[in-house]
Design a protein around this ligand. Sequence first.
Ligand code: KIV
Ligand code: NA
Length: 265
Amino acid sequence: YKRVTVKSLTEMKANNEKISMLTAYDYTMAKIVDGAGVDVILVGDSASNVMAGHETTLPITLDQMIYHASSVVRGIDRALVVVDLPFGSYQSDPKEALRSSIRIMKESGGHAVKLEGGKEVKDSIKRILHAGIPVMGHLGLTPQSIYKFGTYTVRAKEEEEAKKLKEDALMLQKAGCFAIVLEKVPANLAREVAEKLTIPVIGIGAGNGVDGQVLVTHDMLGMTHEFNPRFLRRYLDLYTEMTSAFKQYVDDVKSVDFPNEDEQY
Ligand code: KIV
Ligand code: NA
């Protein structure tokens, strides 16, 4: 396999090849996702919800993100590994943002960082880039600001917010981001942004006019069955499959069906 780099992603956009991206938080999952040919693996702060059971992404710490990211990096041969800067690790000032990014790069071996927001984080992005660390932006529904929004509904439906999003997207490109994620925004707006930018726009709930798609792996595998947004396509129903496997195991243990003659020493 030829390794995916931030440069190959730009080339993919120029060649009209869509970019596939999924999350992973651990070695075993990362190895499967990478082996299947997914281009970008995101160590998302959605680990706060999916791995730790928190209601929001706010509680996860930089140390915890580094633990997840280092596990993921050990599982991959080809994919580009992007690591979310968690809430509170970059908002105070650009120096803090750089320090957090350096810790991620040194201690996890990840290849790039991602952070949420537009012009508010411009100086931090520049500072991180000056150190040679690639940065992915994230606009639209930015879950670290959930208490400002109040809900997880579609963003930028009104003209004013759409206008700010377009300005922010251009700013992120100009500042030097290698790609941006657009989360839960109208498809027409996302298409317009993707057409305007030369860097790839990766969508989640942003329609098919963008340059690539990202989903949370546990959601697309159907492990999380309480979460049902319209944009989520489920490729498996693992919640049901796993439940029946676990039930079968319980039955087999109780009935002394397991282990049998061949499964013992
Ligand atoms: O944390 C995450 O999983 C993300 C994706 C949904 C883009 O940021
Ligand atoms: Na995230």
